[in-house]
Design a protein around this ligand. Structure first.
Ligand SMILES: [Zn+2]
Length: 317
């Protein structure tokens, strides 16, 4: 749907029809998890100051932190203390949600590989690494069926499992209007080399938004620390209604309030778009074991950080 076409009744009718289609039909290949409720935050909100918020969020997220007797520290006591966390990796249940289903495979890569294939392969590797690092309660969540019902199945499964943390694994594409044509192995295919990078999403409607944001920032920080760059396009007007507020401009955490799996889960929830598979160069990188290793290491480091010793701020000495 080009913007430069001459306006006529047929075009308007076509656009209207497109807008009236359910989301699975109109954007069948991309971000089908975006089942829209009534967005509470349609405009970009003020940016969040990540560091302070993250620290207080993590304290709020973890059960009953140890108390420190401030008086016992004396007048020259430190302003912050590292105290052991009550989070035990072996009891901490992370649900790794494999984005999309075998029936509804999400985006299609520039070389015609379904997003579901990428998601499953990466999520399996993250699961393996988390278990090796002691997060033995980690559960891989592979869901069946059509796109929209699968969203509610995921939420129900995570809630039933009483997960402590929910992480949905995806690979990114672009809206259909930005796709360009090329031929791959003799087949007409689509690509867009315009954008690349990872992005991390949270919903401000999640019941534990602060902890969700805290974990999202840890994942994004670990991705960045490994030399990866976040996707900048979600702030651009060309993304239309796929624009999202950038909550952390250092690392690339966005809010996407309407995502069912982020707002209906009863635990901190984060969605990771690990990289773009519609970008021809990045698709090849995302297919490589090296990149899967980097991304899974970043997630594991973030989980350890989330579950690690906490800093208690006691005020000025
Ligand atoms: Zn996806």
């Amino acid at each position: 749907m080009g913007l430069g076409v001459p306006c006529c009744r047929a075009v308007i009718a076509a656009i209207t029809a497109l807008l009236l289609l359910p989301i699975e039909a109109s954007e069948a290949n991309w971000l089908t998890d975006a089942f829209k409720g009534s967005p509470k935050h349609s405009k970009a909100s003020a940016h969040v100051a990540p560091s302070k918020r993250a620290t207080s969020a993590r304290r709020a997220a973890l059960p009953k932190p140890h108390h420190v007797k401030v008086a016992a520290l004396g007048p020259l006591g430190p302003s912050a203390l590292k105290v052991p966390s009550t989070c035990e990796p072996k009891k901490f249940r992370i649900v790794l949600d494999v984005g999309h289903t075998a029936e509804s495979e999400g985006a299609t890569s520039a070389r015609n590989i379904p997003e579901f294939t990428f998601n499953l392969r990466l999520a399996r590797q993250i699961e393996e690494k988390l278990k090796v690092e002691g997060f033995v309660e980690t559960r891989l969540l592979v869901t069946e069926g059509k796109a929209k019902p699968s969203l509610f199945k995921r939420v129900a499964a995570a809630n039933d499992l009483q997960a402590n943390l929910f992480l949905s694994i995806h690979h990114d594409s672009v809206p259909n209007k930005l796709l360009e044509d090329w031929e791959f192995e003799g087949k007409k295919s689509h690509y867009s080399d315009r954008f690349s990078g990872y992005s991390v999403f949270v919903s401000r409607d999640n019941p534990d938004f602060k902890a969700s944001l805290s974990f999202a920032e840890m994942v994004a920080k670990e991705m960045k620390a490994r030399g990866l760059q976040y996707a900048l396009q979600y702030t651009l007007p060309i993304l239309g209604h796929y624009q999202h507020p950038l909550l952390d401009k250092e690392t690339g955490v966005y809010s996407y309030d309407q995502l069912v799996v982020l707002r209906k889960t009863r635990m901190p929830a984060v969605l990771l778009e690990a990289g773009s598979i519609i970008n021809r160069d990045e698709e090849l990188r995302m297919e490589s074991p090296e990149r899967r290793d980097i991304v899974s290491s970043a997630v594991v480091a973030a989980a350890k950080d989330f579950c690690g010793p906490q800093e208690l701020f006691l005020g000025p000495p």
